[in-house]
Design a protein around this ligand. Sequence first.
Ligand SMILES: [Mg+2]
Length: 227
Amino acid sequence: MTRADGSSVAVSTVFLDLDDTICRHPTSGADRLADAFDAAGVEPFFDGSDVRRWLPEVSADTLLGLRENCFGAIADERGRERADALAVARAYEDPDPTDVEFLPGAEAALDRLGATHDLALVTNGGRGTQTAKLRALDIADHFGAFAFAGSDHAVKPDPEPFDHALAAMGATPAETVHVGNSLRSDVAGAHAAGLRSVWLEESGTVGEYDPHHTIGSMRDLCDPPWV
Ligand SMILES: [Mg+2]
């Protein structure tokens, strides 16, 4: 980060998102959406591409609320019953939190970054669910602080979970970068809190947000783009 006088502040602290940045579920979101339609008894009328398109357009204080507003907006767009969309949103089951795997390069990136930087986790998700994932991956020890947004804090992109992690780490925004896969949650959230952003690129995603750095794989963090 460049100061007003032109000198630079070294990055000491790295915040990381969890889902689809460090880890993912072997069961795809598309399969879970299909299961939710099935469980709600609603004929499928949208798919994951609709969700990705609408998610940046809605907001809510909880993850369920976000899903309801997103699915509801799609129903409005399609001229479908909003009640059907809400039923699907409520039937959508988050998968077994212990059934997670590392994204390629993520484990090595944590080891590499952890040796040279202070790390904190800033994730949208329930404390219990996300903690179970950290345990399953055996990576909790890497982090000096945790912000469970949507559970203990407002959902990203609200700056509150980032501010909490900054305070817990005793770090300033200027010396901190945030790494995540979502332009809306991670990049916009980091910018709202005054942090530099590293976007783990998701193919097919376009948005109005402009990350400071873009990486194609978590492997790229072994040679940090902000240095
Ligand atoms: Mg994510």
